[in-house]
Write a protein that binds this ligand. Structure first.
Ligand code: SAM
Length: 296
């Protein structure tokens, strides 16, 4: 089968199957061989690796992955693409196609079933309408991957890399940096896709830590505090945390935790680094447990 990295070959396949793009699935197919090779290089794929691809589309990136990896499993939500994938990937014997919504997929089960014990790498040109939920699912389910190499909207890539005090710094930066080391590998303009997206894109490589970057007593509590702190950016940390409906501490108790952290009590969440959020989560955890012990 011809290389789908060439626009002419992509158009031929789309016409052969009279494929109608589904906007709701964020379908922007890659049509640039340089970008495809860049993704493969950034992900450092070898024949020893198992690759999980999210959203193979008509199989463009999948062809490149099958050429370089030991085995590939690709999860695609759109059932109209399945017969096309069976055609465009017919020359490869190291590919499994799964017709499923990635948000409903048991990732550890799927990887356990197909990886054959190989190192796991996740690679995707992600559908932009659910980029953050997919990234959070990969991390929160502790997907057993060495690295995640993804094409995302340029602004999302910048948010992943951002540090405290910058406008891009937020819950996504902290979540990503807790689990992985992010690095932007390439910027990609709209003309590398069919149809062209309205926004610029970037390839990001996330090197997953075998242990999270910092230790915390209750991971869920840490991320609840982070989300509450950034929900209303202009609020002070105390007021942000107090407006979380699940926050069981009084304003005075929250203020006490912030004082113990050694930062001004009117600090904004956007000024804290990951280690400070972790320490704050441990202080809130202790305060919560002291409160419940006193009640019982
Ligand atoms: N990998 C192809 C490429 O690079 O040309 C297509 C990438 S396109 C940006 C995103 C793909 O993800 C589409 O094929 C779309 O149908 C699929 N997709 C969208 N939502 C999905 C979901 N929830 N689960 C699995 N696949 C999904």
């Amino acid at each position: 089968m011809a290389d789908l990295g060439s626009p002419q070959n992509t158009i031929r396949v789309l016409q052969k199957y009279q494929f109608a793009f589904q906007k709701r699935y964020g379908q922007n197919f890659l049509i640039d061989t340089h970008v495809l090779n860049k993704i493969i290089d950034s992900a450092c794929i070898s024949k020893d690796d198992f690759v999980l691809e999210i959203g193979p589309g008509i199989g463009t990136l999948t062809q490149y992955l099958c050429e370089h990896a030991g085995a590939v499993t690709a999860v695609e939500i759109d059932r109209n693409l399945i017969p096309i994938l069976e055609d465009t990937l017919q020359d490869y014997h190291n590919i499994e196609i799964v017709n499923q919504d990635i948000m409903k997929t048991d990732l550890s089960g799927l990887i356990g079933e197909h990886s054959g014990g190989r190192p796991v790498k996740i690679v995707a040109n992600l559908p932009y309408y659910i980029t953050t939920p997919i990234i959070m699912k990969l991390f929160e389910t502790h997907v057993p991957a060495e690295s995640i190499t993804i094409m995302v909207q340029k602004e999302v890539a910048e948010r992943m890399q951002a540090g405290p005090g910058t406008k891009d710094y937020g819950a996504l930066s902290l979540a990503v940096q807790y689990y992985a080391r992010p690095e932007i590998a390439a910027h990609v303009p709209p003309n590398c896709f069919m149809p062209r997206p309205k926004v610029g894109s970037a390839v990001v490589r996330l090197d997953c830590y075998s242990e999270p970057a910092i230790q915390v007593r209750d991971e869920e509590l840490l991320f609840r505090l982070i989300r509450a702190s950034f929900n209303q950016r202009r609020k002070t940390l105390v007021n942000g945390l107090k407006s979380d409906p699940d926050m069981l501490l009084s304003k005075e108790q929250i203020q006490m935790c912030i004082e113990k952290l050694g930062v001004p009590v009117n600090v904004r969440g956007e000024k804290l680094i990951l280690e400070q959020f972790a320490k704050l989560a441990d202080l809130v955890y202790e305060e919560l447990h002291d409160s419940t012990e006193n009640i019982s």
